[in-house]
Design a protein around this ligand. Structure first.
Ligand code: CDP
Ligand code: MG
Length: 720
């Protein structure tokens, strides 16, 4: 068997991209071995057949959308450039039409058209929409892959997936050879995954000259993407939008979390009534549907209950969030089938840009979203509900100007709107860099300080991140990821908290530590109103643990569980009120706990130690585990009430803690918060000997009395 170099080139160019590189290597080796050459020829045949199954013979139809109108220009840009940035209003057809334009260009035969979405829900619905438009069944020409689920076959040309899936693929397909095109959708969201992908793709581009990349974004900060990819051309498609009337209906200014939550629900109901009334007064039947944006799943469920119970004529209340069943999700996207009257869709920010709910004429915007945010002040990562940016609020109101003129009711004031930041920050700016580094290590993305980020993080913070990872034992002194680091990378919580969970699995106290860790991930559910300090403190003292604020959480949890099982929801609310607990945060605590519990069950499949035992764990087991995440939050008592902590920081115990009175010799704290002074919040008495075992790399042993060694800024403990 022999080929001329030219024949070989033709053959190779005809086979699928992913195989080309493999066959090339085989042929190189084949100089010594005929058998390998035969094998390579076989592979070429297979590969050509694979390509032939995917020819683009069918004529593709385009619906009347702004993107379709600019097809020629977009086609030209894609064929002439390796990277194109495409921006346009939500609903202009970027997500659904771009893959079709690529197919029309003859792409998607030699390799896949990879198409990423920030959310699972979007990956699946977008795939089924494109399949429908191409007249094929899902899993045939158009498929999708999300965590735990995929529908991709060997005739698939367009593969929808979450950005997390594509990132994970880089681990075994370093040059993403199975793709001929990559569409990174919703890039303006600037999640960590998107930032990782944008950096990764930039790095492989020179080695993949045949790869086409399309970055799509809402019209936000486009120059930045273009610059990142060596001044890639930007195409901006203006959407066809109708005017949207924006009405401001601010909520009351209230203090307590629970009052605020109830007020928001009432505000939503009032807004729905106002909109339905508006229709009625104009003497028309329902003209369109209502889309309501809420911060999260529990708020959605609550509002859905309220709206269903309210006396609203002929409405259909439809929640929309990621954890719904497929059938329930589909109801939102199939208008007309079985729905009567006005549909009221309650959604998280998934419907802000990534999904189009058809038939929307009205939007009600609470102006809130749940955002993951790292506080440099308290050094914890949380998921607080926050006011959204102006850009987000405008995206939301824009959702009702698609089919005709629309109306948007904002449940906040115009003044409030203009006081908000223009854009939402990129996630990398909101995340503990230790967590970012850890993810990069587990994804094998290489050195963070050399990674081509769109917005490179500050070196100072990178060093802090590594320091913390070293303290937790997640990286070694050479900054290589350790076994603990691998485990930690699977836990999507603050690294300190994750480290506690891992240690707890070793110490048989997961039950307690999961309760504690989920409490630390949310805001303290105990309420302490200004004017009722004493009354609330009295109630809180009933389950307070004298030596540990952490065990206080466990006591509260157990007490509340008993009540929860005995009382109705209404009674439980009253119970919370009487005992100065926030009902909302108690529920959030349970939600967080449930999620952590599910993750531990997943980890248990590989590591049988992740079990929650029934029998109560000892003080030592629990606090040893917690200390694993808080080594540098240990302190040793000095003169007066002052403590000396790591890196020579001096702090005071928070007087609201019951442990304050006892003022133990050694303490650890969940948070060190800087106010007028540095305060340790959430504290417990510890034994310095525990630290020795956990952090031999941080502790020096040859002293007889525990003390602080100033020069080294390290904990120095008793040698027993
Ligand atoms: O990505 P982009 O926001 O630019 O638009 P798209 O998601 O491609 O949607 C384009 C249009 O397709 C929307 O305006 C909807 O009218 C329609 N569409 C739909 O009806 N049902 C879907 N599941 C997806 C899109
Ligand atoms: Mg889109």
């Amino acid at each position: 068997m022999s080929f001329t170099p030219r024949q070989l080139n033709t053959l190779l160019s005809e086979c699928r991209i992913a195989d080309r590189f493999k066959i090339r290597r085989m042929i190189d080796r084949a100089r010594k071995d005929e058998k390998i050459l035969a094998h390579a020829a076989e592979k070429i045949d297979e590969s050509i057949q694979w390509v032939e199954k995917r020819t683009n013979r069918d004529e593709i139809h385009y619906p009347d959308l702004p993107i379709s109108a600019r097809r020629d220009e977009i086609t030209k840009a894609i064929s002439e450039n390796q990277v194109v940035v495409l921006a346009g209003e939500t609903g202009s057809g970027k997500t659904t039409q771009l893959p079709k334009i690529c197919l029309d260009l003859g792409l998607g035969c030699k390799g896949l058209i990879g198409h990423t979405q920030p959310r699972r829900l979007a990956a699946r619905t977008v795939a089924s929409r494109i399949a429908e438009e191409l007249n094929t069944t899902l899993g045939d020409r158009v498929g999708y892959q999300v965590r735990f689920h995929d529908q991709v076959s060997d005739t698939t040309q367009v593969k929808l997936m979450t950005d997390g899936i594509l990132l994970a693929e880089t681990k075994h397909d370093r040059f993403l050879e199975q793709y001929e095109v990559l569409i990174i959708d919703e890039a303006h969201e600037r999640s960590l995954n998107i930032d990782f992908l944008l950096g990764y793709i930039k790095r492989i581009l020179p080695k993949r000259p045949d790869l086409k990349v399309i970055i799509t974004s809402a019209t936000i900060d486009l120059e930045r993407f273009s610059k990142h990819f060596n001044d890639a051309p930007i195409i901006e498609v203006s959407g066809r939008t109708y005017p949207v009337d924006v009405l401001y209906r601010p909520l009351h200014e209230l203090e307590g979390e629970d009052e605020k939550a109830i007020d928001m629900q009432q505000g939503i109901l009032a807004a729905v009534e106002e909109l339905l009334d508006m229709e009625r007064k104009q003497g028309r039947g329902p003209q369109g549907d209502i889309l309501i944006f809420l911060p999260g799943e529990s708020e959605i469920r609550e509002a859905a209950d309220l709206l269903r119970k309210a006396d609203l004529k002929s409405v259909d209340v439809l929640p929309l969030y990621a954890r719904l069943s497929l059938a329930e999700q589909n109801r939102v996207f199939q208008r007309g089938k079985g729905s009567v009257g006005t549909r009221i869709v309650l959604s998280t920010n998934v419907a802000e840009t990534s999904l189009t709910v058809p038939g929307i004429k009205y939007v009600i915007d609470t102006g809130l979203a749940r955002v993951s945010r790292y506080s440099y002040r308290s050094k914890v990562q949380r998921l607080p509900v926050e006011a959204i940016s102006q850009a987000s609020a405008n995206q939301r109101s824009g959702r009702c100007g698609r089919v005709s003129e629309g109306t948007c009711i904002r449940l906040f004031s115009e003044e409030d709107f203009f006081s908000r930041p223009e854009f939402t920050d990129a996630e990398i700016r909101r995340t503990n860099l230790a967590a970012v580094i850890l993810q990069m290590l587990s994804l094998k993305l290489g050195d963070i300080s050399e990674f081509p980020f769109v917005d490179p993080p500050d070196n100072r913070y990178i060093n802090d991140g590594f320091k913390l990872l070293q303290e937790l034992g997640a990286v070694d002194s050479k900054r290589h990821i350790t076994r603990i680091g691998w485990q930690l990378s699977k836990l999507p919580i603050d690294p300190r908290l994750g480290r506690m969970v891992i240690e707890a699995s070793r110490n048989n106290c997961l039950r307690e530590v999961l309760i504690i860790v989920s409490a630390l991930s949310i805001q303290d559910p105990r309420e302490r109103p200004q004017d009722k300090r004493q009354a609330s403190d009295e109630k809180h003292r009933l389950y307070a643990h004298e030596e540990s604020d952490f065990l206080t959480f466990v006591n509260l949890w157990d007490l509340y569980e008993e009540q929860r099982q005995a009382l109705s929801q209404n009674q439980l609310r009253k119970y919370c009120l009487k005992n100065f607990l926030s009902y909302m945060r108690m529920r959030e605590w349970r939600d967080t706990h449930r999620q952590l519990h599910i993750i531990c069950k997943e980890i248990k499949e590989q590591d049988s130690k992740f079990i929650e035992r029934e029998e109560p764990a000892s003080y030592e087991a629990v606090h040893r585990s917690l200390l694993a995440g808080l080594l540098s939050h240990m302190g040793f008592k000095q003169e007066g009430k002052e403590y000396l902590g790591a890196r020579n920081r001096r702090f005071f115990l928070f007087p609201g803690s019951i442990v304050y009175k006892k003022a133990p010799k050694w303490v650890m704290a969940a948070e060190l918060v800087e106010t007028s002074q540095l305060y340790a919040r959430c504290i417990a008495k510890v034994d310095p000997v525990w630290a020795e075992k956990l952090g031999p790399h941080l502790v020096k042993k040859n002293y007889s009395e525990p003390h602080w060694e100033k020069k080294r800024s390290e904990v120095v403990a008793t040698e027993h």
